[in-house]
Ligand binder design. Structure first.
Ligand SMILES: Cc1cc2nc3c(=O)[nH]c(=O)nc-3n(C[C@H](O)[C@H](O)[C@H](O)COP(=O)(O)OP(=O)(O)OC[C@H]3O[C@@H](n4cnc5c(N)ncnc54)[C@H](O)[C@@H]3O)c2cc1C
Ligand code: SF4
Length: 570
């Protein structure tokens, strides 16, 4: 195959434009470095998207397509299955791998839940003996969390909960009606419930407008009021004149010679040709599993098992959050008069972890995300309404319905369903990993990943606790829970690994080069001009969603890269 080599040598080549890559581009270009960003997906501009589209304006009413699994109004191009980009699993493994394929990756339609990890999260092994401690402490990362808060903007409240650190918060929005009811029930049960922490602006900062409460954050945001990489990080990086972005560039491998990464090779998805670019430093931010794949596919005489993999740890210690959901119908919310409670595109309250693990049969914790209310109806609106009447003695029994009765039912039940979703910490196990499948390649001939993953009793017990607690809360609200409590044979309703889309840990950091891939600056132990700034570096995945920590670590690594390059150390 003909390989087209560029003569230009960039200071830094970044692979991927999501949370990790966007932050690296922002920081490195600001520092004056000449940066090339390669992104496998297409260009994306939230100003030209579906934020203001009504369901009736399209024949599909916003329904999903192959390229947009969350619906055609959702700013997500990619998904669990991408044509031409397969992955495989070992015999007993169910693992789902979600990939964004667009400028900004998954930051365009993520939930914007922006939680800091706490002091105990970085030293969890010292607390309960499981997993490993991080090589950095909360005190070391906290100044970067502060800078991310100020740069991007996040609302919330400082509550003084020891392992749920506060931040530089904007004021949170008021709770919605259904959230007040959940709050009342939780307070009666001594469960703390506090304002959410979401990276959505409730006041103007850094030339970005505040949220106008359309409730459609999953559509990205035409007014740049919530965080996505192309909305917040890439425009200022481009304005420096130091950033070049090449879209539809599927990176195949990191090139290497004499102890150094020399650049990358990529397939241009538009012309199908292979290109090579040179850089003094290579920064991988293709998402945790994809960055592991790139390293494993970058083989040389020095690194026959993949670049920077002398430890054999690349791909191992893969983690996703545990999760399960319970929903219920709340009679108190039925027949409520029409009112607008759209708010931000996400819950206004959440439940942080509140229990003492020494009295439980699992380690670590979970937090609870709330949902419900009267969001704008779209495709799939109030599925299952035909069964609601069966829950009430005085309603006509039997399934189905049409005409007047169905319309009345919609009015009666609209906004009366609430849900509770748990997101919990799983422990890092060496046996949960991704590796290269020797028999399968993607559309461009690049070997694909094979996943091996299993939950342990620790995760099952945690999810059982979620199910029991959520059912008690709905009960306390006087509600009717949908469905019976799942039993042990159904894993207590635990989601399949990968489905919470918090996969991290595949290129973990550590002080010992024999047991970790990166040092505490996200720099490869084996190759000093190679960095990984996505969730690959995580040593543990606390119940807190990962992206705020990816952003803080990427910012910290970028500062280190700038310093080391200016000193000519790399
Ligand atoms: C529905 C949903 C809800 C979520 N909600 C939350 C939440 O509320 N809070 C939270 O913290 N997290 C949430 N997440 C997770 C969050 O989106 C990710 O943690 C975050 O985006 C990861 O950032 P990243 O930079 O590692 O990867 P991504 O954002 O996925 O970016 C990686 C980029 O690299 C590109 N790429 C991949 N391979 C290659 C290659 N070979 N060559 C070139 N480019 C490549 C991809 O196309 C992509 O654009 C959610 C995710 C989803 C999907
Ligand atoms: S809810 Fe606010 S931040 Fe979200 S899309 Fe609407 S205006 Fe933008």
């Amino acid at each position: 195959m003909q390989i087209i080599e560029s003569s230009e040598k960039y200071d830094v080549c970044i692979v991927g434009s999501g949370a990790g890559g966007g932050m690296a581009a922002h920081e490195l270009t600001k520092a004056g470095l000449n940066v090339l960003m390669l992104e496998a997906g297409d260009w994306f501009d939230s100003e030209d998207f579906a934020m203001f589209t009504w369901p009736y304006e399209t024949p599909r009413r916003g329904g999903p397509t192959d390229r947009q699994p969350f619906g055609e109004f959702d700013a997500c191009f990619g998904g669990w299955d991408i044509e031409g980009e397969p992955y495989t699993t070992t015999a007993d493994t169910d693992f789902s791998w979600f990939r964004g394929r667009m400028l900004g990756g998954r930051t365009n339609h993520w939930g914007r839940i922006s939680l800091r990890f706490g002091p105990d999260d970085f030293r969890a092994k010292s607390v309960d003996g499981r997993g490993d401690d991080w090589p950095i402490s909360y005190e070391e990362i906290s100044p970067y969390y502060d800078k991310v808060d100020r740069l991007i903007g996040v609302f919330g409240t400082n509550e003084g909960i020891p392992n749920e650190p506060g931040g530089i918060f904007l004021d949170p929005p008021e709770p919605r009606c259904y959230e007040h009811l959940i709050k009342n029930a939780c307070e009666d049960m001594d469960i703390p419930i506090i304002p959410s922490r979401l990276s959505i602006l409730t006041e103007a900062i850094n030339d970005r407008a505040p949220c106008h409460y359309c409730g459609q954050c999953n559509r990205s945001c035409a007014t740049h009021s919530n965080f996505s990489s192309p909305s917040v990080l890439l425009p200022p990086a481009l304005e420096t004149g130091n950033l070049k972005i090449i879209n539809n560039a599927m990176v195949r491998e990191v090139t290497y010679s004499d102890g150094k990464a020399t650049g990358v090779s990529y397939v241009n998805k538009e012309d199908g040709k292979e290109y090579k670019v040179k850089a003094r430093t290579v920064v991988l931010a293709a998402s945790a599993c994809e960055s592991a794949r790139l390293l494993l596919n970058s083989k040389s005489r020095d690194f026959p098992n993949g670049l920077a993999n002398s430890s054999g740890v690349v791909g191992k210690y893969l983690m996703d959050s545990t999760g399960t959901s319970v929903a219920g119908l709340i009679p108190q919310l039925m027949n409520s008069p029409a009112h607008n409670e759209d708010g931000v595109g996400g819950g206004h309250l959440y439940i942080p972890w509140w229990k003492d693990n020494s009295k439980l049969d699992f380690a670590r914790g979970y937090h609870v995300e709330l949902w419900g209310g009267r969001g704008m109806p779209s495709y799939g609106f109030m599925g299952g309404i035909h069964g609601y009447n069966d829950m009430f003695q005085d309603r006509p029994k039997g399934r189905g319905g049409y005409g007047k009765q169905l319309k009345e039912d919609y009015r009666r039940y609209y906004g009366s369903v609430v849900g509770l979703s748990g997101r919990g910490e799983s422990i890092a196990y060496e046996d949960n990993y991704c590796e290269i499948d020797p028999n399968v390649v993607d559309e461009w001939g690049i070997p694909v990943l094979r996943f091996n993953y299993e939950w342990s009793d620790q995760e099952y017990n945690q999810v059982k606790h979620m199910q029991e607690t959520f059912r008690e809360i709905i009960d306390e609200m006087g509600g009717e829970t949908f469905g019976d409590m799942p039993g042990k044979e159904d894993g207590y309703g635990i989601t399949e690994p990968g489905q919470i889309i918090h996969e991290v840990g595949t290129t973990r950091m550590g002080d010992d080069p024999q047991k970790s891939v990166l040092n505490k600056h996200c720099q490869a132990h084996d190759v000093d001009n190679l960095f990984v700034v996505d969730g690959g570096s995580f040593v543990s995945q606390p119940h807190k969603n990962p992206t705020w920590t990816i952003l803080a670590l990427s910012m910290r690594a970028s500062e280190y890269i700038t310093d080391q390059m200016s000193k000519r150390n790399i």
